[in-house]
Design a protein around this ligand. Structure first.
Ligand SMILES: [Zn+2]
Ligand SMILES: [Zn+2]
Length: 263
């Protein structure tokens, strides 16, 4: 059984076939899905999707892109939402200096508020980072000094230095369809060298469909292709790799229950 540790089932592109999409994932051997919150204002909708099935969980947070359009997040709201039984992580949050869709200073403030919530709840922080390696590493190290929190860098596609920093801090790296792309040789080399007990897999659907579905709408069942690629990079068979990454997932996201209610 695989886990799609990061998807966005609330997005419009699933409006026509959301339940079929979820069923296809289960049929493909994806035993657990985490639908990730990007807009705190949509948290109730996201939690309602997680409530559809015991194998679906969710997170709470504001994506760095949405920091400007959403009201500033406050710690109490995050802590309150985190009590929901389906919420197993805090985020996605982080820094995106590639799109710069929100002012960098505001992204950092929001990021640190999410970190405080992760530290207090001990739910893993789900980090989005792009073109922000130096600030990302600096903030993560500084905040870990203040007090430890569990964390995953989702859709990992950053530098070797940031990967090493994350591993040193005890964090996890989640692999997306990018790993299957032709031009991702450097990323594959980094992933080859990271401890296998710190790797997760995800789709980030509806974005970033892995080869052979590149360019199509991505969906949780496609995590199978990313996992196959990652297994081959690591010289493991698909079954062993699935077992390892699923074990990693439940170790990190300890509020989730393995295949609870699976049939
Ligand atoms: Zn992201
Ligand atoms: Zn995402």
């Amino acid at each position: 059984m695989l886990v799609d540790s990061h998807c966005h089932l609330d997005f419009d592109s699933f409006d026509e076939d959301r339940s079929e999409t979820i069923q296809r994932a289960f049929d493909a051997g994806v035993g657990t899905l985490v639908t990730i919150c990007t807009h705190y204002s949509k948290f109730q909708t996201i939690a309602a999707i997680a409530e559809l099935d015991p194998r679906i969980y969710c997170s709470v947070g504001i994506h760095p892109h949405q920091v400007e359009e959403e009201d500033a997040i406050n710690l109490d709201d995050l802590l309150q939402a985190a009590k929901h039984p389906k919420v197993i992580g805090i985020g996605e949050t982080g820094l995106d200096y590639f799109y710069d869709q929100s002012p960098r200073e505001d992204q950092q403030t929001s990021f640190r508020t999410h970190i405080a919530a992760a530290r207090e709840t001990l739910l893993p922080l789900i980090v989005h980072t792009r073109d922000a390696d130096d600030d990302m590493a600096a903030i993560l190290k500084e905040e870990m000094q203040i007090g430890a929190f569990p964390c995953v860098l989702h859709c990992f596609s950053s530098s070797r230095a940031l990967a090493e920093t994350a591993i040193e801090l005890g964090f996890y790296l989640s692999l997306s369809g990018i790993l299957t792309f032709k031009n991702a040789e450097e990323l594959r080399e980094i992933i080859r060298d990271m401890p296998v007990d710190r790797l997760l897999v995800e789709t980030d659907s509806p974005f970033l469909a892995p080869i052979p579905n590149r360019g199509k709408r991505n969906e949780p069942s496609f995590v199978v292709h990313t996992a196959e690629k990652a297994a081959s990079i690591r010289g493991l068979d698909s079954t062993s790799f699935a077992k390892i990454t699923t074990g990693n997932f439940f170790r990190l996201f300890s509020k989730a229950e393995p295949s609870s209610g699976a049939n």
